[in-house]
Ligand binder design. Structure first.
Ligand SMILES: Nc1ncnc2c1ncn2[C@@H]1O[C@H](COP(=O)(O)OP(=O)(O)OP(=O)(O)O)[C@@H](O)[C@H]1O
Ligand SMILES: [Mg+2]
Length: 269
């Protein structure tokens, strides 16, 4: 048995082992929040009355001792651990891959549809404000890929662009998506370009490194692009590159092999 297979299995096993107690922590924090701060909850009112106290008094005490804020910290910290674990699982879940023929245009459309609700929920930013310009070459062939994984990559990239463009307020945010086939290299190539704040050279060099993030502490895991890199290069045998200029925007280019690969070719244990 190869070493990397063992590590993948170990990482997946550890992730599951951590997920269970983590769910215990976050779910209990939620129950505590309900029991200590929901004044109108009948079960709360009843228990408070039984011990001769009003929920309003309990709530006032909690507020004074900053307890709701502490419970919120447990919730957000738990969510962060859960995000990190789920990202780590993406590195090891190779056995669950499903390779099928998919048209990239269709995957992009699904992701753009998903983006609306996903972004407003995760970033507080309305994705529909962004102008999307599409240019798809005709008759780009379908490729063999795991659609869920490719969608994960596209979502990561679009989410990063949306978050970055949020910082630029003086121009209409635009994302340009271009798709073409490159018969000379046997690849199809997809570029996703934004007109956001861009990055300096030092930042651009680091973005595919695990845990690299410029987001405020506690916000980004810094795993989005390293997982994307893994999915494109290791799982699909493709390439992913970035070009960015400070003040002008960022462009990601993903190239994937046209040739139908059997799933066993792509599972590198
Ligand atoms: N379109 C972009 N414009 C400007 N900076 C970007 C863009 N895409 C990525 N970056 C930079 O790359 C860094 C790493 O991105 P990555 O997706 O790996 O992590 P993250 O977005 O910080 O965290 P998470 O993905 O968990 O939210 C970002 O923090 C940001 O600095
Ligand atoms: Mg990201």
């Amino acid at each position: 048995m190869k070493k990397s297979f063992l590590w993948g299995g170990l990482a997946a096993g550890m992730a599951h082992e951590i997920n269970n107690p983590l769910a215990g922590v976050t779910q209990t924090a939620e129950v505590l929040t309900n029991r200590l701060t929901k004044i109108d909850m009948p079960a709360n009112k009843k228990s408070a009355e039984q011990v001769g106290i009003q929920m309003e008094q309990i709530f006032a005490f909690m507020e004074k001792r900053n307890v709701p804020h502490m419970l919120e910290i447990i919730r957000t910290s738990g969510q962060r651990v859960s995000d990190i674990i789920n990202n780590m699982l993406s590195f090891s879940r190779k056995s669950q891959l499903v390779f099928d023929a998919h048209r990239i245009e269709e995957l992009i459309e699904t992701v753009l549809e998903m983006a609306g609700s996903d972004f407003s929920h995760k970033t507080g930013y309305d994705f529909r404000k962004i102008k999307i310009e599409k240019s798809y070459e005709k008759n780009v062939p379908a490729i063999a890929c795991d659609d869920v994984k490719i969608q994960q990559v596209l979502l990561n990239i679009l989410r990063n662009s949306a978050q970055a463009m949020q910082r630029v307020t003086n121009k209409t945010p635009i994302i340009r998506i271009c798709l073409s086939s490159r018969p000379d290299t046997g690849m199809i190539c997809l570029s996703i370009k934004d007109n956001g704040p861009g990055m300096d050279k030092a930042t651009t060099k680091k973005i595919f490194e695990p845990f690299f993030s410029t987001k405020p502490k506690g916000e980004g895991t810094g795993l989005g692009l390293s997982v994307s890199y893994f999915i494109i290069t290791q799982i699909h045998g493709g390439t992913i590159d970035v070009q960015s200029e400070k003040g002008r925007g960022t462009c990601f280019e993903i190239c994937l092999p046209i040739q139908q690969l059997s799933s066993s070719d792509n599972r590198r244990d």
